[in-house]
Design a binder for this molecule. Sequence first.
Ligand code: FE2
Ligand code: FE2
Length: 292
Amino acid sequence: MDDDDDDFNVKNWATLHDAALEVLSTPSAHKKALLTQVIAKKWFDGTSILKARDISSGGKLVADTPERDALVTIVSSNSNKLKLGSGRSIESRRKILHSLSHIESWAIDLSWDIIARFGHEVEKEREFFDDFVRVALDEAKHHLLLTKRLEEIGGKYGDFPAHDGLWQSAMETSDSLMHRLVVEHCVHEARGLDVMPNTINKFRENGDEESALLLETIVYPEEIGHVKAGLKWFKFLLGDASERGGEETVKIFREIVEKKFYGALKPPFNDEARAKAGFDRRYYEVAVDAVV
Ligand SMILES: [Fe+2]
Ligand SMILES: [Fe+2]
């Protein structure tokens, strides 16, 4: 742990919106994770001011991009410097853990951004905030555990370059809660499920059972819950008139993916994990045809 761990701003935030802004404006990924744990505790233990249902924005605007320090060098998403390798060498395994840890740090910001940016649209739905505070807490845990594991095998967060593609696509959906849910919280989260079994194998086959188990028993099952939350609130926004899961729901979902998701949705898909999140093949099969 850093010497300045205590040095992040723990306050009695008046609203969850204010607390979310605090994380987004904190430059250090490590401190974003620690702050998330503090806020989530306040939110769920019901003893703090955050118990109040006041989650309104109070007119405060959310910055386009969260604060980030320069610890990790950001390069273009197609840079050769981002090649992770097969996991055979320890350097490759460090790179994979670093890459995952970095993605988790953006996932922390994404969870708070959906609360801060769109909370006023679902202000009466306490469960929406419960769900995304829980997602933020999971992502914070993932970031901290992956960084710890990286340190155990001789690396540290900041050792390798990374890209910020996840935020680039977040910005494309900053004007619509429904689009944000579909693109970031369903499509991107589900993509994480697709690649996870292969990543786990890279560690297992090369003798790093500890990293394999961390991914397999903690990160992977919790990511399924994140896709589930994204899909649940997408359906909620469709309203009572929709079939909520019927053909119309799927059609609207696919139209949003076609319009707002940039990049290729490539198989193989992890049908089993996606199905556990309620994200059946109808949601992504035709969308794939559209981009191939
Ligand atoms: Fe995660
Ligand atoms: Fe996630």
